[in-house]
Design a protein around this ligand. Structure first.
Ligand SMILES: *Cc1c(COP(=O)(O)O)cnc(C)c1O
Length: 393
């Protein structure tokens, strides 16, 4: 049996897979088993924040694995404590953090916190959570119900009650009632098609919610950890959410999720937990990722590359008006909206042939989520190949 046959026979087929066999990488470069080289503009869906095979991250993981990987949350975990402090210091928010293993799981934690808040704060029990259409919050039953894409709810009900979907931020106001406890949003919708929210609208919503004692939950699973150029997109939007969730880029590829909240004693001992969450390995990796990215930001290199990347993408959009409607996004979370008559899938395949990895988002957007430590040379090479792919369409 070939590897592909083994995969098809033994792995549950829930993904539409490209059967390339990647075997190694270096920063933005990936190599397959045939030695073909690719520029990675996807970074494992915003996960490989410090690049592939980052030597500092690899060393931290090896060193930690040779000492302790896991002891359970029954004991003090040095790096977990330090990571929680680091997240508070870097974000500038007065928060405490719970550690989970994924984005969906972080959002489940956030929803539990909100539900507890609605139970104990105020006269009537509040449980309703408003989310946005086209949002994406994960694949577990509750995170899926929170996801404002009805087509993804097929087959899996009955779901937990109490989720309602707003068309956009302005529509949130119409849905609030006495039972509303939280509004949960992405500041830049990722899976939904790279859609940034309007800053003034978000800031206005945040202050209204504060006045009404309704929690603002910001799902930063994709936008968090410098993806938008700031530590958190919440920093960029200049808001102070009640709860922020993180995952994707935080561990640089090691699974970790986090729920940060200003309501530090909303959950009591025994009310939430995780076997793996925040163990030695993942928190040590995340600390190293934050060290690397903080230095990268402080040096000015991150902001410099963000601007170059944006400029190049805008240029490609304006030079190919037949194919692309416009360039969208923030920081290193960007996309090209594809015009009717062209299919993002064909563009992604053509790019892949030329040796550049890009992703799809929403209905028809080509998505770019480069590694945050991308070099100028890698970027130029990637865009050269992308342009060559467009010329073959
Ligand atoms: C990817 C993503 C999730 C789900 O994360 P998993 O780790 O796959 O569970 C949730 N919210 C947003 C905004 C995401 O981009």
């Amino acid at each position: 049996m070939t590897l592909q046959e083994i995969d098809k026979n033994y792995v549950l087929q829930t993904y539409s897979r490209n059967y390339v066999n990647f075997v190694k990488g270096r920063n933005s470069v990936l190599y397959d088993a045939d030695g073909k080289e690719y520029i990675d503009f996807g970074s494992g869906i915003a996960v490989c924040s410090v690049g592939h095979a980052n030597p500092r991250l690899a060393n931290a993981i090896c060193d930690q694995a040779s000492k302790l990987i896991h002891v359970s949350n029954l004991y003090l975990i040095e790096h977990q404590a330090l990571l929680a402090k680091r997240l508070a210091d870097l974000s500038g928010y007065d928060v405490a953090t719970f550690f989970a293993n994924s984005g969906a799981e972080a959002n489940e934690g956030a929803i539990k916190m909100a539900r507890k808040y609605g139970e104990v704060e105020g006269e009537v029990k509040r449980y309703k959570i408003i989310t946005l259409e086209h949002s994406f919050h994960g694949r577990t039953i509750t995170a899926l119900k929170a996801t404002g894409q009805e087509s993804m709810h097929n087959y899996f009900g009955p779901f937990p009650d109490g989720f309602v979907y707003a068309r956009d931020i302005r529509h949130v106001y119409d849905l609030i009632d006495d039972h509303t406890v939280a509004v949960m949003i992405e500041l830049v919708q990722g899976e939904g098609g790279v859609q940034p929210m309007d800053k003034d609208e978000v800031r206005e919503l945040a202050s209204m919610l504060k006045r009404e004692d309704i929690l603002l939950v910001v799902d930063e699973v994709q936008t968090g950890i410098y993806r938008t150029g700031e530590v958190l997109a919440s920093n960029l939007y200049e808001i102070t959410p009640d709860i922020i969730t993180l995952a994707k880029g935080l561990g640089g590829g090691v699974p970790i999720g986090a729920v940060m909240t200003t309501h530090k004693d909303i959950l009591k001992i025994g009310e939430h937990g995780s076997t793996f969450g925040g163990n030695f390995l993942s928190t040590r990796a995340a600390l190293e990722v934050l060290d690397i990215l903080e230095e990268h930001k402080e040096s000015g290199e991150l902001d410099h590359m963000l601007l170059l990347f944006e400029k190049r993408l805008k240029h490609i959009a304006s030079c190919n008006p037949a194919i692309f409607e416009k360039e969208v996004g923030v920081g290193f979370m960007r996309g090209l909206r594809v015009n009717e008559g062209y299919d993002a899938k064909d563009i992604i395949e053509a790019a892949f042939e030329e040796g550049v990895v890009v992703l799809k988002a929403g209905k028809n957007t080509v998505r770019f989520l480069p590694v945050l430590t991308i070099t100028k040379e890698e970027m130029e090479l990637g865009f050269e190949r992308f342009e060559r792919a467009l010329s073959h369409l």
